[in-house]
Design a protein around this ligand. Structure first.
Ligand code: FPP
Length: 233
């Protein structure tokens, strides 16, 4: 792409339900279409040279959706990785998960953990699924970890700084996102990567996620590049 590409792109994949409704389909069918789009966005990210792609696949707030929809969203990773894991391997993709896995049904948890373990030695694009993720929960679990370290006298309060907290987040080892995209027309953060997005460029599009594609991702990256053009040499 020539100019500098954001290392880490994070996407709030919004608009699946409305996309389905518009076509007389169910919300779950909208999510299925969203999962298909996810595959295209992964391909486009590899082509663009993005290093980390975070996809907001299930938020800690999504539990309040109708039970049928929640069940479907819990089933999707099982179906997705059963089909796609061999291709992920061929394409050298690394799977990561950010979020509280413990609260998930066993089948979902197993599919996600298995994808992480199986791809751990790969060295290509990191696809980080934010699953049962909430930005506040992320910070809270980091604080809990730090307080425990302090109580156990494994750390001294004077050692606590932003870097230490950053290393306790679900996204530890990943760079902060430089570009955060939200599809579906809303302009809110919805509890997504609150700590990590402090300096990110935010890009909003009215396009529903199932209609998002490679050229639209490129458009968002160009927006980022224009915003950061003074940094490009
Ligand atoms: C938001 O749209 C989207 C979600 C809650 C789920 C997104 C999940 C996927 C695209 C697939 C995940 C797959 C794997 C394998 C992890 P919405 O339902 O809020 O849309 P609306 O705003 O139109 O109601």
């Amino acid at each position: 792409m020539g100019k500098s590409v954001p290392k880490h792109v994070a996407i709030m994949m919004d608009g699946n339900g409305r996309w389905g409704k518009q076509r007389g389909l169910t919300r779950s069918e909208g999510h299925y279409a969203g999962a298909k789009t996810m595959e295209k966005i992964i391909d486009a990210s590899i082509d663009l040279g993005v290093e980390v792609l975070t996809l907001y696949a299930f938020s800690s707030e999504n539990w309040s959706r109708p039970m049928e929809e929640v069940n479907y969203l819990m089933h999707l990773p099982v179906k997705f990785f059963k089909q796609k894991l061999p291709e992920f391997q061929r394409r050298n993709i690394v799977v990561r998960i950010s979020g509280n896995l413990e609260a998930l049904p066993t089948r979902t948890k197993t599919a996600l953990k298995n994808a992480v373990n199986e791809t751990a030695d790969n060295t290509g694009l990191i696809v980080n699924f934010a699953f049962n993720y909430g930005g506040r929960d992320d910070i809270l679990q980091a604080v809990r970890h730090i307080v425990k370290e302090l109580q156990d006298e494994k750390m001294d309060l004077t050692q606590l700084n932003e870097q230490v907290l950053q290393q306790c987040l679900y996204t530890k080892e990943l760079p902060d996102p430089e570009l955060v995209i939200r599809t579906g027309g809303e302009k809110r953060m919805s509890n997504f990567l609150l700590w990590q997005s402090s300096s990110a460029e935010l890009y909003f599009t009215d396009v529903f996620f199932p209609d998002f594609d490679g050229p639209l991702l490129e458009k968002a990256v160009r927006f980022y590049q224009e915003k950061n053009s003074e940094l490009i040499v």
